[in-house]
Design a protein. Sequence first.
Length: 133
Amino acid sequence: GFRIFIMRLRRVIAGLVFSLALTSGRSMAAEQSPLPPEVQRRVATVLLARSIRAYSAMAHAGSNCLVKSGRLQQVQADRALAISLQELGISPAVLLNPLVQQVSPRLQALLLEDCSLDPEREQEALSMIRDDL
């Protein structure tokens, strides 16, 4: 049930985050002069924070999808989501982030009946993560 969903979700998010990192990395590599180390660190920090918000928003969307479909009760979903985030070293408090709260329902709309991301809407999800998180 939920464990399988979380494993699939991690793969999807990892792919989306990897795609996002590659896109950002290409734009940084296209710069004529290398960025100073402090700027590189700041960019890396921003990308990491975006990745954390992206994973959290997608996990929240999947969790809500499982509740909506009747496969999990809200209490179970909330607990499993918190555990999933904590296993990755992410504080569940990230779910209170306004960006995560705004994007999560929109990501949920991209999920199929089995609560997996519709492959045909993966680019839309990636754009949403890139532009809104």
